[in-house]
Structure formats: structure tokens, C-alpha cells
Design a protein around this ligand. Sequence first.
Ligand code: 13P
Length: 342
Amino acid sequence: MNVQALKETAKALVKDGKGLLAMDESNPTCERRFAALDIPRTAEARHAYRALIVTTPTLNEYINGAILYDETLRQFTQDGVPFTQFLIEAGVMPGIKVDMGTTALAGHPGEKITEGLDGLRDRLQTYAKLGARFAKWRAVITPGAGIPSHGCIQANAHALARYAALCQEARLVPIIEPEVLMDGDQTLQQCAAVTEQVLRTVFEQLHIQRVLLEGMLLKPNMVLPGLACTTPATVAEVSEATVSCLLRTVPAAVPGIVFLSGGQTAKLASARLNEMNATFKSRLPWPLAFSFARAVQQPALEIWKGESSHVHAAQQALLHRLRCNHAACRGEYDPSMEGLSP
Ligand code: 13P
């Protein structure tokens, strides 16, 4: 493990109030998003869409890194430049999703475990050679009646810690993503309790597996009421609950926290991130930034719709969301910025 290099990379991923762009949807997830907009579910369409994102000018004004998928990490622009090289030259560090997705956790109805540890050491070497500087692994925790179970939280936290240790051995900064899903009717308070328990367990496992906290990033969910909950929460309540939970569970040695968006609307995700930074920044030991997929990509995808003539407008929509979220990292987002959207 090269401690200094890991620390520097982790810091560089959250520097200057910038975040990360998650564009690491697996092929099935990407095709689901395409199908909803009648975009052809083909390898060509996936390539065209990923090229649109990678070649968007001035990405580096708003993000420090982009998380790619295995297929994407190996692809080239139309001019024959590897996506990784194009990003590096544009000032954006390439990263890679390395988990192999979720499957049912045996003995735990309704709960999931993330797979991908087998052979991971070799895959990480390959990814590092292809230019990746950091990695991501997503664990999924489902709130519901009687769940999440102790067994599910422990198993997922253990897998995250094993993954993180392997990444650091390979000089890749691990992004640790334990996602408490928004599906369900849980209240804000219930989500807070589950998220707190999950994060406590994750950091305990990271300690047991000797993961260098200074050489990793945390990618948590915001603390939110479930989509089917009938008691709404204000932006201020979400911000307060999220920050309280993080302050109780995330060691100050962690260089940064980058939220997932989890199915929130693009504007709400920006408003909630902004509120946390505007209200609490001076009390926080770590920068709070973003690593959104849907909340930055969705408006661009809806404009692009698979049409090459829409590429420029889609790139402008992508930049707009990144600009809003960059402002939110500094507590300077204002809903009036939305009026400027393309
Ligand atoms: P969303 O922002 O769409 O939740 O995606 C983040 C992510 O990287 C999921 O693994």
C-alpha cells in the first residue's frame, strides 16, 4: 500500500468544492434507462451516450473524477482516444465500478448482498493498468418490516471492507457506498436509525480489515423518508438528519463524503446538498460533495434520446446540473439557477 499516494488521490477527488460524476451503470441498468425513453438498447447507443458524457467540454470545472463501468473504461472516442486518456487530459480522474451487482442474500428474504470479491485482486490490477485511479463498490440495504437484519448489514459491511483493503493494496482509492434504499414507507427517523447503524458497522469492519481511512471516500445515501412515506420532510429536516447521522458515525480522518442521489429529483438533490453545506459547513470535518448518477444525467438523457443532433443540448444540460451541484458543494446553489437551464 502506498499510503501517501492514496491520501493524495483521495484528497484530490474532493478538492476545490467539486464532486464526482457516476456514469458506471451496468449494461442492464443502462438499458433500463434507455428503454424508458425509447432509446435503442444496443452497444452502439451505449457507446454514443458514454462518448457524449466523456467529451463534454469543461467537465473539470465541476468534477474531479468520473466513475466508469468495465465496458466504458475500455472504450475510445470517435477520434480513437481512450476514454480514460481523454478524461485525464481534461483534468478528470477516471474511476471504475468493481462490484458485480447484487443478489439475494441466502437465509434473508427480501435482502441483498453485493458480489464481486472473487478474482477482484486480479481485476484491480487490470483496471489500474487501464488508467483507473479509484474504485467503487455499492452495497444495498433495504429498509422494511423487520429488515434490515443484523446478518445483512454485517455481510455487506464485511464485503465493503474486504473490497476496500484490496483496492488500497492495488493503489486504488476505494469509494465505499452503503446505500439505504429510498423505496418503502419508512419515516425520516427510521431511515436515520438504519443509516446510522449501517455506517457504524461499516466503519467497524473497515477498522478490522485495516483500511486506511485517509485513503478512502464514503458514498452514503442522504437520510430521507421513503418514497411511500406519507410524512414529508423539508429540505432543512433532511439536511439536519443527514448531517447528524454523519457526524455521529464518520471519523474525521475520512477525506470526503460524496452522496449518491438514489432516485431523488435532480433539483431536490442539489437543494439538499446545498442546505447541508450552507448551514453546517463550519462544523464539518470533511467536505460534503456529490457522486450522483441519475440526478446529473437524467435531464441530459431525456434531451439526447439517442439523436446525434441533440448531443450539444444534452451536454449543456449535463453541465447545468454539474454547475448546480458544484454550487451546492459551496452552499451557493439557489433555485433561481434553474431558470438558466437549457
Ligand atoms: P444515483 O445517484 O443514481 O443513486 O447513482 C449513484 C451510484 O453511483 C449508484 O451506485
